[in-house]
Design a protein around this ligand. Structure first.
Ligand code: ZN
Length: 230
């Protein structure tokens, strides 16, 4: 990039670029799925060791221009308040938030169809499988779908989305209760009328049982699909 650039200048430049891209690339004027002001304030106050990465609200905020704008505003206010109180917590929190954001940004820029967010062991052999989501439910209460079965092994999972689903960036999560087990981003493409994306997940160490799979096209609402891991 710019080898002679001072680290701070590079940090500032990348941060600026990242912020601009989030602020412009995820318009959400209808405020679909927005977590609200309280959640934004919570995120702005988070300290580094609490780890926002797996936070569904944070996932939303980095994929919603409106929320991100408000988040930056809250953070600025929190920062100046913290400064008045003489706290240094902020700098650590900001660095952590930024690193996570850079990770997301770089992952997105790679543009591949396969972008697991956790490092994967290159020697793991991934079983290839395909699941079909005939329709998606907007909430737990609408779970009319029969569960989808997943195997307890490393899986290169192709997810066929419901008919009419748009191509583009999708997020994938597997949850047990409220606990996030796996998450991934992927680019869905349309082939022969079927919209599908592929994610690599390794369930070899999770317990068998009932899970829930959350899928959404960024930045829209999550859809819920019951899953049984066996
Ligand atoms: Zn939002």
């Amino acid at each position: 990039m710019r080898p002679d650039e001072a680290p701070e200048a590079k940090y500032d430049r990348l941060k600026r670029k990242l912020q601009d891209s989030i602020l412009s690339e995820y318009p959400n004027p209808e405020r679909k799925g927005c977590p609200g002001d309280l959640a934004l304030r919570e995120l702005a106050k988070r300290s580094a060791d609490e780890g926002v990465e797996a936070d569904a609200n944070w996932q939303h905020v980095t994929h919603c221009s409106e929320c991100y704008r408000e988040f930056l505003d809250r953070r600025l206010k929190f920062k100046s308040a913290a400064k008045r109180r003489g706290q240094v917590v902020w700098a650590v929190a900001a660095a952590a938030v930024f690193l996570v954001a850079v990770g997301l940004f770089l992952a997105r820029r790679q543009g591949g169809s396969l972008r697991p967010e956790r490092p994967q062991n290159a020697e793991v052999a991934y079983n290839k499988s395909t699941i079909d989501i005939p329709e998606m439910a907007r909430s737990d209460g609408e779970r009319a779908n029969r569960p989808i079965f997943l195997e307890r092994k490393p899986d290169e999972l192709t997810v066929n989305l419901p008919v009419g689903s748009k191509a583009g960036e999708y997020e994938f999560q597997l949850l047990r209760g409220d606990g996030l087990i796996v998450k991934a981003h992927a680019n869905a493409e349309i082939h022969n009328g079927t919209t599908a994306f592929t994610v690599r997940i390794d369930l070899s160490r999770v317990e068998a049982g009932q899970y829930s799979m959350n899928v959404r096209q960024v930045p829209w609402d999550w859809n819920y699909v019951p899953v049984v891991v066996r």
